[in-house]
Design a protein around this ligand. Structure first.
Ligand code: FE2
Length: 178
């Protein structure tokens, strides 16, 4: 399962802290096992169920937002050096990669391969199920914060620097696709 996760999302290897990296892998492994998704199925889940004919896929969105978040952080480092607001790169990457992991509880597949919103998903959107899963695996609260406040549920909350960066790159991708 570990290999399946790393094959699916190679950006996990960008996390320097091995303990945190393994916890992120464990979260994805449990979420994938919940409905026995294969990587082929995972790679064909559309980014959003809210629009028709979406060309961008869910896993592509997760990986792209993570890479955009790292790129933003690097540009800020280069531009401002020691004057920059400190950002924990590992927390940023882990938060970026776990923000949407809860969507694997929100989604369910029909025998014909089509994807629909599960009963579970109607009760709990992915920021909540994502934090629940992360808590179970001992993910640091700084990273759970990124998951918790990344979407509309976080509006009005005071976001950490890592959460600010991820929230914005996520919405860049979402608003360009929807
Ligand atoms: Fe999300």
């Amino acid at each position: 399962m570990r290999e399946q996760v790393l094959e699916l999302i190679s950006e996990i290897n960008e996390i320097q802290d091995k303990v945190l990296r393994d916890k992120v892998i464990a979260c994805w492994a449990e979420a994938i096992a919940y409905r026995d998704w294969t990587n082929k199925e995972l790679n064909s889940i559309p980014f959003t169920l809210l629009a028709d004919n979406v060309q961008i896929m869910f896993i592509e969105h997760v990986r792209t937002c993570c890479r955009m978040a790292i790129a933003c952080d690097k540009v800020l480092d280069e531009a401002y050096g020691p004057r920059k607001t400190p950002v924990n790169r590992d927390y940023l990457i882990a938060g970026s990669l776990l923000a949407d992991v809860g969507k694997l509880f929100e989604y369910e597949k029909k025998p014909d391969g089509s994807i629909f919103k599960s009963e579970f998903g109607k009760h709990l959107r992915h920021p909540f199920s994502g934090v629940g899963l992360a808590f179970k695996h001992g993910i640091p609260s700084e990273v759970m914060h990124v998951i918790a406040v990344h979407s509309k549920e976080g509006a009005g909350e005071k976001r950490s620097p890592e959460a600010i960066i991820f929230h914005h790159v996520d919405f860049i991708d979402f608003e360009l696709v929807k």
